[in-house]
Ligand binder design. Sequence first.
Ligand code: CP3
Length: 359
Amino acid sequence: MPNPAGAARPPARRGAAHDSAFLRACRNEPVPHTPVWFMRQAGRSLPEYLKVREGIPMLDSCMRPELVKEITLQPVRRHKVDAAIFFSDIVVPLKAVGIDVDIKPGVGPVIADPIRTRADLQRLRPLEPSDVPYITEAVGLLVDELGSTPLIGFAGAPYTLASYLVEGGPSKNHERTKAMMYGEPELWAELVDRLAVITAGFLKVQIEAGVSAVQLFDSWVGSLAPDDYRRFVMPASTRVFDAVAEYGVPRIHFGVGTGELLSLMGQVGADVVGVDWRVPLHEAARRVGPGKALQGNLDPAVLFAPTKVVETRAREVLHSASALGTSGHVFNLGHGVLPSMDPDALSRLVAFVHEASAR
Ligand code: CP3
């Protein structure tokens, strides 16, 4: 549904969340308290999630709008987080354009026929809204139900998606991916360009359906040196952010181990830059530069320590963020919720951040 004129007009129902603390922080506006949500809050550590997912393969569950709605709402109900993140996965758009991909429990995405040659690229056609009607439907159901709580849409960034497609599954060293990137730069450029088109298409479907913000996950890009990031990744990631700029919804960008890349990641077009736990927020702000909100960055492993320690560490994150001045701060973990985390510890953390940051 290419509809540029209508696209700039936000769906009326998205308006209900406009003045939420989360969206205000993304726009660098004053907030009554620091908003908080958790990457990977939907699923995994919640017993109610395991119960509704029983017997349903991960990718099948992403295609059932009523189930997606329920799973997305579970952490909002339980933890009282300031935003919901849409329940789906970064490989859903790849499957939707015809890639044979499965998510193996405890392993991650596995690709039956990896992408390694020029001929393989033909399999990566652009994503059309009609490929993912279940996404449009699920977002619509959720936005109606969530009211003033914002819904965050998301997608995988070209580098991270490419790493799964080229390796054929999760990988520690990304050796085949990097071999293509360094050894066949033209093939690589075409690969990440095609992925940028698919990713932009997937984000547009979610925005058209009513999400209030989007996050681009480049989870594994921290494995690159800044010069290689600049040369081999920035053009494609910039293309994704440019493609959704006209909608005016906040765009968040996140990766793990990206301390050395933060200033470049701030230049690809994001409004909010996610920071892992390795760089304190005041230092991240210096690297990212003025005008961007930051999201992060409590070490997820801190949640396994006693409550007092969690609170001390969370207070340190808030304190570091107080140096951001007029730039916004969205509290989050430095990476996703771990499956073995105690859900009650997460609920306590949300209440603590709200209380400690109230102004
Ligand atoms: O954040 C949320 O709660 C929303 C849902 C969400 C999922 N995946 C659901 C999911 C989001 C935002 C993602 C993004 C995602 N998927 C990323 C980027 C985020 C990050 O952690 O860096 C990546 C790299 C993937 C690929 C992927 N999918 C992995 C590595 C795994 C874990 C495999 C495992 O079991 O350890 C998945 C599966 C997956 N995606 C699960 C969930 C809830 C677990 C599947 C299950 O419950 O059976």
